[in-house]
Design a protein around this ligand. Sequence first.
Ligand code: OOB
Length: 512
Amino acid sequence: MLRRQAQAQPDIVAVVDGDRRWTYGELNRRADAHAAGFLALGLLPGDRVVVQFGNVAEFFGVVFGLFRAGLIPVYALAAHRLAEVAHLARRSGAAAYMAGDRYAGFDYRPLAQALRAEVPTLRHVVMAGDAGVFTPLDACMGEGGLPGDPDPSAVAFLQISGGSTGLPKLIPRTHDDYIYSFRASNGICGVTEKTVYLVALPVAHNFPMSSPGHMGTLYAGGRVVLAPAPSPEVAFPLIAREKVTLTGLVPPLALLWMQAAPGTGHDLSSLEVLQVGGAKFTPEAAKRVRPALGCQLQQVFGMAEGLVNYTRLDDPDDTVIGTQGRPISDDDEVLVVDDLGRPVPEGTPGHLLARGPYTIRAYHDDPSANARSFTADGFYRTGDIVRRLPGGYLEVQGRAGDHINRAGEKISAEEVEDHLIAHPGIFDAAMVSIPDPVLGERSCAFVIPRQAPLKASEVKMFMRQRGIAEFKVPDQVVFVDAFETTAAGKVSRKELRARLRTQFLASNAETA
Ligand code: OOB
């Protein structure tokens, strides 16, 4: 797709990062040079490469270079820390780690050092910027000697799941299925060569990558503008300067933008469509988008595993405000079922199952997750509770599983609990989601200390030292003496979390 655009319009700007403006020709040359450079290091087609960049142009040079070399990117978010990156590297058997030296105040070089010590399969570390002891990205520039274009039905990259259980699972997406999803999305979202897409969310997240996101925009020959932060202070001047037409946000950011827009001196009139997704956008907030920002709202309900739903640009206001859209394709099969797997009538909440042209049939190398997450006939169990409405529109009601959707970032309660109980002063811990007016949900950890008293700040500090992303550090820590058990003795973790949550909400309602 990149070669085609580079031939058709080599001098048109493809990617804008601050003062840097890479044309399609330039991006194409970098992709070729990096591909040859990566192979010259000794990486072999099929090798997995953990890629961790913020919203910077290098991301594009590197991933298109990897595709061309037949190497498989494993997308880490810039917010991930050692625990998560090491998990991705181990799980994928990665041969290399590629990152920028610094981003958003964090230095990735010590992380790379620790990673190399922890993950024996890792043979190379490539760094953009000041590479220190590692291989500089600028040195990975070669010529010729590329394998042919990759098999379109082969796995293109591994994306990380925001699931409920344990550590993140790896999602294998193929060139075919991914291109299908953003090409079809382009049609639905009106993306053409005139589109200017602002990447406000993290560049490696599936929503800004493919719904239709930066990949859809590059496919259409439009322009991708990178925002180093999603705040109005950073994004609004970029919208004005680059005449951004389309962007995607999670609900808390949409609220922030709507609050800031009326007082801004920046011209936001180029913005045609604001997409909101990743977490439930309430109808009250959805109603305010057009008055506050002067653009159209599109709700997006998607998942890295595949299925994406959009409200359509010509849908009536009620649909755009009150639903999370309908699937991309007529070939998307959607089932809404009860606890026993029986289809429920339209309008009744149930578990959402999905199968279709771009929805995965299995996670990467994870038989037990596969047994849980897919039905025998290949439907993916999304874990979402939805209502199906006339016309196939979906309204998201909540989650069946135990994860916290904190401003669109998915946090597995189990993963965080495992870190908490690693503290020598903690006997047991359970983490639950609490409704939050801004974040949608925030996390609250219930902790049973061993003898010595603990402070919440100590627990949070310990979590940071565990090397996890900041968004996973519990927002609130509540100490309790014991977890309640039933007459029958045992309470499942799921039930325990539900009880703690109910008690917390009840006691806060009393004091309110
Ligand atoms: C997107 O992808 P993921 O993989 O980070 O998270 C998927 C989950 C969904 O299963 C659902 O629980 C939740 O995020 N979700 C929404 C939602 N969009 C996603 N819940 C309520 N309303 C929405 N509009 O988050 C993602 C991927 C592609 C496009 C958009 C979002």
